[in-house]
Design a protein around this ligand. Structure first.
Ligand SMILES: *Cc1c(COP(=O)(O)O)cnc(C)c1O
Length: 386
């Protein structure tokens, strides 16, 4: 089974390009909203770093989600797309002064603070503006995730967050500072997580920390457990919408919230991953000594995940229904890692065929580079394909 593409409308579009199916995106967002409505105190933010294409951002914003940003540029993109500034949260291990000032000027909902020196700078910059900044502490929970090592973030060895040992110290400090208000705890253990056991481990850790705080008579208003829910890269057609029901129910079951606490989520990949495909044209079919190569006009500059994380993306020949043959699908970039897949079964490929590299809506277009002086790929939503 192949995905659903308006191939005739693709003929006049310069390849490679990203194609976003807004039916899938809207269905995904509706599913999230339907699940979240079951719980009165759950609040979902979209992690802008997964895809900041302005048309995609607009569709996400229409659904009512908040925005999770990791840079000043993302705050600007979120504001431009119309996200209310009081629904913007801002995390990042190295926030520059101008970025903090931007967040202060917009009165964003919360800074997720990752170190003691950062807390002091936010307090100073807020004082200079006569403001009080809401802060949550990003705690490194030392919880592993069964995912690629480059995308685990919640282990003590990772650079992110404040260590468990320092939590009390940083809270004490915040309580003495006049221009920050301590409102919550924040966590994010990694990405492309499909084992609910990893999220349960995080819940158990959060419960432990909440008990410790309770003993000090501290109950924060907000708990933010970040994102990380994975998608089915093997079967984008069979499972276009991630299992949000199980995901949210897992948190409901295992995370012990106090009354009046709000539980925040920051979902990126699971929101936009399956709606996007990278569409590329076959330039040449080359017979090697032991295999054949389908050489395409997209490269690792357009989609770096296979080269960076050895990530799998399903590839389909959307032009042909000819019998299947095996190909190494490779790009034109001068790097041996510029390979989208090895020994991939595709309907027999000829020059000019269009291939869809699936599940590329997250960490695709946004990570594109101009290495080799290439032009950045454009992104189109389905409504534009007229
Ligand atoms: C990347 C990131 C997310 C989103 O992760 P996904 O795996 O795309 O859901 C959420 N929160 C923070 C702090 C992040 O850095």
């Amino acid at each position: 089974m192949k995905g659903n593409f308006p191939i005739d409308k693709f003929q006049n579009v310069q390849t490679p390009f990203y194609y976003y199916d807004t039916n899938i995106l809207r269905e995904t967002l509706n599913k999230i909203n339907r699940e979240v409505e079951k719980y009165t105190n759950f609040c979902v933010h979209y992690a802008v770093k997964a895809n900041a294409n302005d048309k995609v951002l607009s569709v996400v914003r229409e659904s009512g989600l908040g925005a999770d940003c990791v840079s000043g540029g993302e705050i600007k993109a979120a504001v431009k797309a119309g996200f209310p500034t009081n629904k913007i949260v801002y995390a990042g291990v190295g926030k520059s002064d101008w970025e903090i000032n931007l967040g202060l000027d917009y009165n964003i909902f919360c800074f997720n603070v990752e170190s003691i020196p950062e807390l002091n700078i936010i307090n100073e910059l807020a004082a200079a503006k006569g403001k009080v900044a809401n802060v949550a502490f990003r705690i490194n929970p030392n919880v592993g995730a069964h995912t690629h090592t480059n995308i685990t973030t919640g282990l003590a060895e990772n650079k992110f967050g404040i260590s468990l040992e320092d939590m009390d110290k940083v809270i004490d400090m915040a309580l003495t500072l006049k221009n920050v208000k301590f409102i919550g705890l924040h966590f994010h253990i990694g990405s492309q997580i499909l084992d609910m056991g990893d999220f349960i481990a995080l819940c158990n850790r959060v419960n432990e920390l909440q008990n410790k705080l309770c003993n000090r008579q501290i109950i924060v208003e907000h708990i933010n457990v970040g994102g990380g829910l994975g998608i089915d890269y093997q079967h984008p057609n069979r499972q276009p919408i991630p299992d949000f029901a199980t995901y949210f129910a897992t948190y409901r079951k295992h995370l012990k919230l106090h009354s009046k606490q709000t539980l925040h989520f920051e979902l990126g990949r699971s929101v936009v991953g399956q709606c996007g495909s990278l569409i590329t044209k076959v330039l040449y079919v080359k017979q090697g000594a032991h295999k054949q190569f389908a050489i395409v006009d997209a490269g690792m500059t357009d989609l770096i995940r296979p080269a960076l994380y050895q990530a799998y993306h399903k590839i389909e020949n959307i032009t042909s229904d000819a019998p299947v043959e095996a190909y190494d699908v490779v790009g034109p970039i001068c790097e041996s890692s510029d390979v989208f897949g090895k020994a991939i079964d595709l309907n027999q490929v000829k020059r000019g065929d269009l291939l869809a590299i699936r599940s590329a809506g997250a960490y695709g277009e946004i990570m594109a580079s101009s290495y080799n002086c290439r032009t950045l790929p454009k992104g189109y939503i389905s409504e534009e394909m007229v």
